[in-house]
Structure formats: C-alpha cells, structure tokens
Design a protein around this ligand. Structure first.
Ligand SMILES: O=c1ccn([C@@H]2O[C@H](COP(=O)(O)OP(=O)(O)O[C@H]3O[C@H](CO)[C@H](O)[C@H](O)[C@H]3O)[C@@H](O)[C@H]2O)c(=O)[nH]1
Length: 497
C-alpha cells in the first residue's frame, strides 16, 4: 500500500490553509488514479495559483518527485501508480507550444503507466512530446509564487562513471528523461543497471566515444536533448603528464565534439565537469572563481582549455547556456551501497586507497608528506560527498535554465580537512584501524586546497549537506558490499552487440 504525503520543496511542512487542504485531497486520492480528474477539478478553480510547490514523497521518505506547482493552466493532471511509487503526470499549454517549435514526437512513457491511467496515456500520445511533463520550481523560490521548470531530456556523457552515475540517479529521481553516452573504457555498464534499480526508472544507454563524432552524432539527432551534462573524460594527473596528447584529445577535442552536437541538437543547457585543478597550485585559499587559472599539469590544462572552448562556443551560440562546475575532492558513495568509485588498478586518490587498507587489500596508507605548512603537516583538501556533488548538477541545470551566458561555480564544502584528520574520522566511523606510513611529499601536490563557495550559494539553493562522517560511512559501505567494485556485474561484452 502506497501512502503519499505532501510537503513543501524543502521537505518540511506545508504552509497555508489552502495547501493543507490540497494535501488532504492528494492523500485521499493517491491510491485511486481514477479519481485524479476530481483532484484537478478541485485544485484548479479558475485563476488559482499554487503558491507553495508540492512534493510527493513515499513511505521511505524519498522524494518521489516531481514537484508540482502552478496548477493554474494545467490541461491534464493525474496521479499514476507504478508498483511501489506514485508519479504525477502533468501537461499544459507550454508543452504544446514547445512541440510546435519542433521538439521530437517520441513518447517515452512506460506501458505500466499507460495501463494504469488510460486517459493520461491517451493524452500524452496525442498531444505531448514526452510523458514526464512535471513542473517544478527552483527551491530558492519555494516560498513565493514562481515560474516553472519542466523536466527535461538530458544526455549525460560519461554517465556510467563515478560522478556521472550518481548524477543520473538524481536526474531520474527528479523526473528527467536521461540518456547516457559512454564508451565504458573506464567504467562498467553494471553501474547503469544499478542506477536504474535505485531510481526505479529506465534510462537510455548509447555506446560511443566523445573523440569520434560519428559514434554519437545520430544519437544526439534522434534523442534531441534539451540539456547536456558532459562528464566524459580522463582524470588522472599522473597519467596526463605521461600521455598529454591523449588528455588533450579526449578532454579538449571531446568537449568540442559534444558541444557541437549539443548546438546542432538544439539543446539550451550545458553543464561541464571541470576541476579545481584549473587553479594555480599556489592560489590563495579559499580560492574563488575569479582566481588566476594556471594549472600545474596537463590534466588541469585540458580542463582549463575545455572551459575556454565552451565559453567561446556559448558567446557564438547564446541560446545555449552553460555552467562550468569546478569540483574539489569528490568522495563517498551512494547511501544504498550500490554505487561508488571503482578505480582501475591501484587507487591514486586518498579515500579509495584508505578503504582498501581498511579491508586488508593493502597493509598501510602512505601519507604523502607531513611537513606542509598546515596544522598537522599533512595536505588539506575540501572533500565533498558525491551525492551532494550530483545535486550540484541539478542546481546548475536549474540555474542555467533561468539565465543565459556562462556560470562558473566552485563545488566544495568550503572547508579543508587534513590527511591525518581523515584517517582519524575513518577509524572512528568504521571501527577499522588504518596503519599509516609517512613518506615524502608526492610530486605536484599542494599543501592546501579548499573552495570559496559563495558564488554557488548566491546563485542557487545548493548546499553541501553531507559531512565527513557520512562520506566515510557511505564509502565504507560501498567498499564492504563491493570489494571488487562492479567487476562481478555485467561485463562490457554484454553491451557490444
Ligand atoms: O595515498 C595517498 C593519496 C593521497 N594522499 C594525500 O591526500 C590528499 C588528497 O589526495 P587525492 O589524490 O585524493 O586528491 P588530490 O587533491 O591530489 O586530487 C584530486 O583533486 C584535484 C582537484 O583539487 C583533482 O580533481 C584531481 O583529479 C583529484 O584526484 C593529498 O594531500 C595527498 O597528498 C596521501 O597522503 N596518500
């Protein structure tokens, strides 16, 4: 039995008598799709507007999305049930206007929904471009009357990777239609199977390589994304020093190719996975987005160049708004324990290595340098939980949808923590001992790196809400449940046909 309750966009309580009444009505009707038309009629007396966006959440307290608001003007509104979750299906005149401007005709609804709500399905195939016509409001406007943002068709390049897979879950949970472009060179298709299991919805998967336009041009043409989130790329600093041409081809030329495809497909939003490595290793901390860009290695330069490529393309194609997200140190895993970082070979980064010391794979953690000008002499970094980072992409989509030009945001927590502090947190949270071995500094490392995050805070409601203990807890759960990463899952072979 599914129970549905209605809360405001912050997941808190409803405010306003009318919304309490609406909540009661929604709850009364939630188990009975056939009553949905009554619900519309009740909620939509002529000229009324919903001043507080409403969110559906299930028994497990997960937001089932999408958020409803601005009921005024809706021509169709129904509550659909699929096995264990509620879905809201909305259509309005804006959708039809968009269709007239050439959006694709594809109907991506699933059969179960159609059977369960014949009327809605009929409407969606006759009049609408997609079935997930949910409307939601930017959370920072939640307490006021607000404009709407439709769920979108989003292509995610590199969606099978660490940050990409977590972002796909959040996109699906928010009601977006998602298609992944990935070459699975550094990732496993199994991660996408798990993404779909967690979100309870399907996504499209296309094997292609961002270096080879021919491998994905048709995919963009057919899928016609409204938004593109571009993760696909290489990310090892050491590897980039040894093979710079590979980094520039993949990260720079690949970005040119994806941006061109996005323009050609008529996308209006583009979010790029950049990195704090674009700043100088000597930058003053906290570093803000206006700081000098002087990367210390080819990987950082490839991100720096890709940012410039996108900025110039945006200037020439003003209909395509962009966000450049400069990640600090993403760590942690999905709280389900089913998604996480799955590095090839010996992990180069602190947290995945530490997790393998904890499970006995390696005898000790090498602490690279204890003579830095930091409180305990070890390197200080701004670690951000990967689910918070995924949410930053959704915040960026909202923000670029509401503006034009290029947004550049640091994505971190705005505070630093040292290697030894992280070891202490890991031992405390997991109860495992982490033997350490103090060794020389690692070439190219800086003493301290943490973000100034006022820009993202000013332009969006996003906040990093998960602390270090949660990062460690989720990482350890992932490591414990998946000691071989995704290796025991579906292999790449399964996707070659
Ligand atoms: O085995 C290890 C691994 C790391 N460290 C230390 O732990 C800190 C974090 O190191 P990571 O390798 O985890 O992360 P980095 O800050 O070096 O680099 C990460 O963040 C960068 C942005 O700041 C880039 O995005 C880069 O790709 C990404 O790996 C550093 O002080 C490093 O010296 C150790 O002591 N032992």
């Amino acid at each position: 039995m599914v129970r549905t309750q209605v809360v405001d966009a912050h997941g808190l309580t409803l405010s306003g008598d009318r919304n309490r009444t609406e909540a009661q009505k929604l709850m009364r009707t939630s188990g009975c799709p056939s009553q949905s038309q009554h619900l519309i009629d009740d909620l939509r007396p002529a000229g009324t507007r919903c001043t507080v966006p409403l969110v559906l959440i299930g028994d497990d307290q997960r937001v089932r999305g999408p958020v409803i608001h601005q009921l005024h003007g809706l021509s169709e509104f129904s509550v659909c049930r699929t096995q264990d979750q509620e879905r809201i299906r909305l259509c309005d005149r804006a959708v039809h206007t968009r269709a007239e401007h050439g959006s694709p005709e594809a109907d991506t609804s699933d059969g179960a929904d159609q059977q369960e709500d014949q009327r809605s399905a009929q409407h969606s195939t006759e009049n609408c471009t997609t079935t997930a016509h949910a409307f939601h409001c930017r959370a920072h406007e939640a307490s006021t009357e607000c404009g709407y943002l439709e769920t979108m068709r989003v292509i995610v390049t590199g969606g099978a990777g660490y940050i990409g897979s977590h972002t796909c879950v959040r996109l699906l949970e928010e009601g977006h239609d998602v298609a992944v472009l990935d070459n699975f060179e550094n990732s496993q298709p199994e991660s996408l199977q798990r993404v779909q299991d967690i979100a309870g919805r399907d996504l499209s998967i296309h094997r292609g390589d961002v270096r080879d336009t021919g491998s994905f041009a048709d995919f963009f043409d057919v899928w016609r994304p409204e938004a593109v989130i571009h993760f696909a790329g290489l990310k090892s600093v050491g590897e980039s020093v040894a093979e710079p041409e590979r980094y520039y081809t993949t990260n720079v030329q690949g970005t040119v190719n994806v941006a061109q495809a996005a323009v050609k497909a008529g996308a209006s939003s583009f979010v790029f996975s950049s990195s704090a490595t674009v700043y100088s290793p000597e930058a003053q901390m906290p570093v803000d987005e206006t700081a000098e860009l002087r990367p210390g290695n080819p990987y950082g330069w490839s991100k720096r160049m890709a940012e410039q490529v996108l900025t110039d393309i945006q200037a020439a194609q003003p209909q395509l708004s962009m966000a450049l997200l400069r990640y600090f140190n993403p760590v942690g895993a999905h709280p389900s324990g089913r998604l996480g970082e799955d590095p090839r070979g010996v992990p180069a980064n602190l947290m995945p290595y530490m997790a393998r010391v904890a499970d006995g794979t390696y005898p000790a953690l090498k602490v690279f340098g204890d003579d830095y000008p930091t409180p305990d002499g070890t390197g200080v970094r701004d670690y951000v939980h990967v689910v918070d980072l995924a949410d930053a992409h959704l915040a960026a989509l909202d923000a670029v949808g509401a503006s034009s030009g290029v947004l550049t945001w640091n994505v971190g927590r705005g505070t630093g923590i040292s290697v030894l502090e992280m070891v202490e947190a890991f031992e405390r949270v997991t109860g495992r001992e982490i033997p350490i071995e103090r060794v020389d500094r690692r070439a190219g490392d800086s003493a301290t790196s943490f973000a100034e995050v006022s820009e993202i805070s000013r332009r969006s409601p996003w906040r990093a809400i998960r602390g270090v203990d949660e990062m460690v807890r989720d990482l350890w759960q992932w490591q414990s449940m998946n000691p071989q990463g995704y290796a025991t899952g579906i292999t790449n072979e399964a996707f070659k046909s």
